[in-house]
Write a protein that binds this ligand. Structure first.
Ligand SMILES: *[C@@H]1O[C@H](CO)[C@@H](O)[C@H](O)[C@H]1NC(C)=O
Ligand SMILES: *[C@@H]1O[C@H](CO)[C@@H](O)[C@H](O)[C@H]1NC(C)=O
Ligand SMILES: *[C@@H]1O[C@H](CO)[C@@H](O)[C@H](O)[C@H]1NC(C)=O
Ligand SMILES: *[C@@H]1O[C@H](CO)[C@@H](O)[C@H](O)[C@H]1NC(C)=O
Ligand SMILES: *[C@@H]1O[C@H](CO)[C@@H](O)[C@H](O)[C@H]1NC(C)=O
Ligand SMILES: *[C@@H]1O[C@H](CO)[C@@H](O)[C@H](O)[C@H]1NC(C)=O
Ligand SMILES: *[C@@H]1O[C@H](CO)[C@@H](O)[C@H](O)[C@H]1NC(C)=O
Length: 402
């Protein structure tokens, strides 16, 4: 059964725009809604973050979060130090609206510079848009050439497919096929199957060509089933998102597809990051030994309304405490759940559910938490016993709230 077949067809753009031979998915749509979609942007030349952010009109902090790059987001001096080399691949979040009956983003604009040609502009978008598409959308032709300073609309491919792939929460990422790549090599990289890629992209045959643009389904964490106040989030595995006016950071994966939210530490002016009647801040987990076993309290983010941030304390019990830590009232930034590994700094992150991701709210004393590979692996493994517990807790909470 090909679930997606009823929604869309793959059309060669040849039929729509002359001289374009690459294929891409066309997803028809009717509603005026939009979804979160990703672009896989392969840098055609070395670029710094501000250049990339400017080219796509995406906030730098959103680019960093989407790629789970934990740099000091408040320090523009940092951004300029990082030069992403040619052929680096960055995930870029874009809003995917319904325009003229199909899913397509027309929200990116480009201001023409003196030395530009349509081809050079198209090239700077790494194959996500062709020169012909830019010309067609902007009515550029021989009698209406580019003018310096002119603002061009850059059409970018995106897909929503109801943020679902066989019922699982999914974010779709537009990906430009490179020479030497095949559906099976891409399926391996993105943890999916050839038949799923075929079905999602409505391919009649299991072949792709360099320059084709595929919609790749990324498994995601969704807030759809969480009883959150006024908030809808969908975050692909391996990414993070900033929400609640950048006060909260939620991440997805890698071990469990549940949103794990904590204070972003970006702003000093965030209110109500502490759970009522406790020492715990959003994302903190506290274990307490009792005669009956181990009490686990988690301060859980529950959405926001304007500047108001909602959280609640969730309790559960388990037979044994998995970590040796107890919360220290003086330090609200400790992450407690599986922390049997020595913590190198009070802000070091762990990858378990609901864990804090460097939840220091004081910019003056913030340190950049560079995680070493071994440490991350270790912590990832340790967090496993906690996962079961928290899954149970989440089910309990859902029950409780509905
Ligand atoms: C970038 O951030 C600013 C302020 O934080 C916000 O107003 C704006 O909407 C953001 N832009 C995008 C494209 O998200
Ligand atoms: C060139 O584009 C202009 C404006 O989009 C249009 O009016 C004109 O007919 C086009 N000319 C040709 C030769 O296609
Ligand atoms: C979209 O997804 C929602 C929930 O995931 C579901 O209720 C709805 O029926 C889906 N819509 C379509 C057209 O599949
Ligand atoms: C969000 O919450 C506010 C206050 O509780 C309510 O008035 C508003 O209707 C809600 N908006 C949505 C979209 O649910
Ligand atoms: C999430 O990503 C990690 C690698 O970052 C991978 O090991 C894991 O299998 C992925 N989970 C799912 C459900 O795809
Ligand atoms: C353990 O948690 C339960 C609720 O789950 C609570 O009633 C009890 O007081 C807690 N015990 C301690 C010592 O915190
Ligand atoms: C959860 O446990 C804490 C102590 O660990 C307690 O103060 C709080 O009242 C408990 N909350 C609920 C809803 O049981």
């Amino acid at each position: 059964m090909k679930l997606h077949d009823q929604y869309f067809v793959t059309l060669s753009l040849l039929g729509i725009l002359p001289l374009t031979y690459s294929k891409s998915v066309i997803e028809p749509c009717t509603s005026s809604d939009s979804c979160t979609s990703f672009l896989s942007y392969r840098l055609p030349f070395g670029s710094k973050l501000p250049e990339i952010a400017y080219r796509f009109q995406i906030n730098i902090s959103d680019i960093l979060a989407s790629n789970s790059l934990d740099h000091d987001l408040t320090q523009p001096s940092f951004w300029n130090q990082i030069l992403f080399p040619r052929n680096s691949i960055l995930k870029l979040p874009i809003s995917c609206p319904c325009t003229n009956g199909i899913r397509q983003s027309l929200l990116t604009h480009y201001a023409v510079q003196p030395a530009d040609s349509v081809a050079s502009i198209a090239d700077s978008y790494g194959g996500l848009v062709s020169a012909d598409q830019i010309m067609a959308v902007n009515g550029v032709n021989a009698s209406n050439p580019l003018a310096t300073g002119e603002s061009l609309v850059i059409p970018l491919p995106c897909a929503c497919f109801n943020n679902s792939n066989y019922g699982a929460a999914t974010v779709y990422m537009s990906y430009v096929v490179q020479a030497g790549e095949s559906l099976s090599s891409l399926a391996k990289v993105y943890g999916t199957t050839v038949s799923n890629l075929e079905s999602v992209n409505g391919l009649g045959e299991p072949h792709v060509h360099p320059g084709d643009i595929l919609a790749i389904p990324l498994p995601a964490c969704s807030s759809a089933n969480l009883n959150w106040h006024n908030e809808s989030l969908i975050v692909p595995n391996g990414s993070q998102v900033l929400t609640a006016n950048n006060c909260i950071k939620c991440k997805c994966g890698p071990t469990i597809l549940n949103l794990q939210c904590s204070a972003s530490g970006l702003l000093a002016s965030c209110s109500r990051l502490q759970c009522k009647g406790s020492n715990l801040f959003i994302g903190d987990v506290q274990q307490t030994h009792t005669v009956h076993g181990c009490n686990v309290s988690t301060c859980v983010y529950r959405g926001h309304f304007g500047r108001k941030i909602f959280s609640s304390l969730v309790n559960s019990t388990q037979v044994q405490c998995t970590g040796k830590y107890r919360s220290h009232p003086a330090n609200p930034y400790l992450t407690l759940c599986p922390a049997s590994a020595p913590s190198q700094s009070p802000y070091s992150a762990y990858n378990g559910p609901m864990g804090s991701i460097g939840t220091n709210n004081n910019p003056a004393s913030r340190e950049v938490a560079f995680k070493s590979g071994t440490n991350r692996k270790l912590l990832g493994e340790i967090s496993c016993s906690c996962l079961v517990l928290l899954e149970i807790t989440i089910i309990f909470v859902l029950f409780f709230y509905t």
